[in-house]
Design a protein around this ligand. Structure first.
Ligand code: SF4
Length: 487
């Protein structure tokens, strides 16, 4: 039976660097306020941040298992009405390389996934006004008929908001309209929603980089509707561009608040009620209500994007003058509602993120998001070895084996890993690899001699193999980059 969820207590007058407070945060007995969070983010040395995050991660997940999933990322169309300036994936219908996959092509991709023991597809695309509701319903029915064992994790909140705009469903409020569409897609076979399109929630940042994409309220409302229908979702953040550090904290604050709401309103009890060491999946012990299962953050990838051509912070003489402050930091606040006109240079500089900023942000998310079960390491953007180090900085999950990736690859990032490499990365980081499913239940612990990495006899040969399994004709369709990839 589920218990009523109560968030950890806050101690706003305590110094966030206080070891006693941090011990309680690591144990899940105290919550950092946004003000404490921002101060911690700025002041705490990287390694200390990593140690505390690791301690929190071990309190939730134990010392033994770290997970991965075998899924396939399918981008069903690259035609999109939005004009996000960080996106190299979108096309207009008139572009020579625009595409929409046929249902049969999608089924072939899922068959390939099923053949290697995959458990889910991550299906996202551009916001394509030419596709009617029936296109999605028939696709989902077709998938479930052919692959009842494959979990369909699909359609991020910006897609849902455009479904509402395109299909004009009945309903007095946006929430009603989203629910009308979502029930139909759920009944046709949609299992859960990915957290794509989160970027940064603060309005000044979102207005600048996500042209034509839904605002934070609509994004969060879509997820709330999914939670009300008992679905699990993930949340994401794309950082390392024009935002300030306070924007990152504000973003996580909203995720945490809406997660509290979902846990309270839909009777999920604790987000940590199960998933213990080595426990195998059982349909009987699922938490009752829908909520966010995971948070994944990653740095903006710049190649082939308009945002990537903005001058980098520090590149101009005035940026290097004594006392100069990054415009994003000058503007950002913890309420996400600053007036962008108040900082002239806002949006005219980007501050790209490197490994240490990534690890700091990921570790911070583990400490701040006290009500989220899993923090994912983003090896897709950061590379396998930073992803591996991420397992010591609060991440419990290495995400997915990458069979296909059409999104960050054209923004300059082309890492692809198979199951053996993922297992090896986890094992070499000091943990036992375990395959999970979409609800983060463990489906297989890789502790035997037949573990995928233990079957490899020559790693130099193995690494040289090309991991994409795309056929040539499909590879022609491979373009682009959005933020919507690893959730
Ligand atoms: S990021 Fe997504 S919504 Fe934005 S332009 Fe690209 S495909 Fe469209």
């Amino acid at each position: 039976m589920s218990t009523i969820y109560r968030p950890p207590s806050e101690h706003p007058n305590t110094d966030p660097m206080d070891p006693g407070l941090l011990r309680d945060v690591a144990a899940g007995a105290a919550r950092l306020t946004p003000e404490q969070g921002l101060e911690l983010f700025r002041r705490m040395p990287l390694i200390s941040m990593g140690r505390w995050a690791d301690s929190r991660c071990r309190a939730i997940h134990g010392d033994h298992l770290r997970t991965y999933v075998i899924d396939r990322n399918i981008n069903y169309t690259n035609i999109c009405t939005a004009k996000c300036i960080f996106c190299a994936f979108k096309r207009t219908a008139e572009d020579h390389d625009s595409y929409t996959l046929e249902h049969e092509q999608l089924f072939e991709k899922v068959q390939e996934l099923s053949d290697i023991g995959g458990t889910q597809i991550l299906m996202q695309g551009g916001m394509n006004p030419e596709l009617p509701l029936d296109w999605y319903i028939e696709l989902l029915h077709g998938l479930k008929e052919r692959f009842p064992h494959i979990h369909v994790h699909g359609f991020s909140p910006p897609e849902f908001i455009e479904f509402v705009n395109f299909f004009d469903p009945p309903g007095a409020t946006l929430e009603d309209k989203i629910r009308w569409v979502m029930i139909r897609l759920r009944d046709a076979g949609l299992d859960s929603l990915p957290g794509g399109g989160g970027e940064i929630f603060a309005k000044p940042v979102r207005d600048k980089i996500g042209l034509g994409k839904c605002d934070a309220e609509a994004w969060l409302t879509t997820m709330y509707v999914a939670h009300s229908l008992g679905m699990f979702t993930s949340a994401t953040m794309m950082f390392g561009h024009i935002e300030g550090f306070a924007d990152r904290v504000h973003h996580m604050k909203l995720v945490r608040e809406w997660q509290d709401r979902a846990l309270r309103d839909f009777g999920a009890g604790s987000p940590f009620t199960r998933h213990h060491q080595g426990e195998l999946a059982s349909p009987d012990d699922q938490p009752a209500g829908g909520h966010y299962k995971a948070f994944i953050s990653w740095p903006f990838q710049r190649d082939n994007t308009a945002l990537g051509r903005v001058k980098e912070w520090g590149s101009q003489p005035e940026d290097r003058e004594p006392g100069a402050v990054f415009p994003g930091d000058l503007l950002a606040n913890l309420t996400g509602d600053a007036d962008p006109k108040s900082v002239k240079e806002f949006g005219r500089r980007i501050r790209m993120s490197g490994s240490t900023d990534y690890l700091r942000t990921q570790a911070f998310s583990r400490l701040f998001l006290d009500n989220i079960y899993s923090i994912g390491a983003s090896w897709v953007t950061m590379g396998p070895h930073v992803g591996q180090v991420g397992l010591q900085f609060g991440a419990s999950d290495m995400g997915s084996v990458m069979m296909e990736e059409n999104v960050v690859s054209s923004a300059g990032t082309t890492y692809c890993l198979d199951e053996a490499v993922l297992c090896r990365l986890i094992r070499d980081a000091g943990f036992m690899p375990a395959q999970r499913n979409n609800t983060y239940d463990i489906v297989s612990v890789k502790d035997g001699a037949d573990a995928p990495d233990r079957l490899v006899t020559d790693w130099s040969e193995h690494r040289a193999q090309r991991l994409h399994i795309e056929s040539e004709s499909k590879a022609e369709l491979t373009v682009g980059a959005t933020e919507t990839v690893v959730e």
